[in-house]
Design a protein around this ligand. Sequence first.
Ligand SMILES: Cc1cc2nc3c(=O)[nH]c(=O)nc-3n(C[C@H](O)[C@H](O)[C@H](O)COP(=O)(O)O)c2cc1C
Length: 190
Amino acid sequence: MKVVAFNGSARKDGNTAILVRQVFAELEAEGIETELVQLAGQTIRGCTACGQCFKNKNRRCAVTSDIANDCIEKMVQADGIILASPTYFADVTTEMKALIDRAGFVARGNDDMLQRKVGAAVVAVRRAGSIHVFDTINHFFLIGQMIIPGSIYWNMGFGLAKGEVEQDEEGLRTMRTLGQNMAWLLKRIA
Ligand SMILES: Cc1cc2nc3c(=O)[nH]c(=O)nc-3n(C[C@H](O)[C@H](O)[C@H](O)COP(=O)(O)O)c2cc1C
């Protein structure tokens, strides 16, 4: 059983990655394999709206010049998918939005190929806008017929500078509980 997480931050190993690793610790304690893909420094562009994914039906994006297909393949192979993003102007980062649009359209053009996988959002934020990020990510899961576990609060952690989120005790606890609930759910629907 495997969960793959995508960190949409422009900053590698920042607050978003720290939060994802809290979720991972609980998943790994339950024997679930994990992989973190950090989009920082990699190229991923937005959807070109060519519609080829609906025609080709090969579970791939027709644009092959960036990492989108590698990410989509990892989603297909995984049982659970975490989309993690810091809050940028009250929404996901540009890179995360590109991944959502590309993977989302390929999934829709291929009979909702991610259906019934478990999905979870993870959000880092300094002060405000994180609920919108959380909603943006959950809209991707829900329209793809995916299943979403909850936690003790909406899945966000507070911090500005790299590492600051470690001081948000409730945020860390939210991620650990999310990991426990994700593991519980994955094992029951396997
Ligand atoms: C371009 C940009 C826009 C941001 N917009 C917001 C915002 O709207 N609300 C907020 O609370 N924090 C905002 N932040 C702060 C980040 O969300 C915060 O520092 C977060 O912890 C970064 O996560 P990371 O370390 O994983 O990159 C912004 C940061 C950047 C670089």
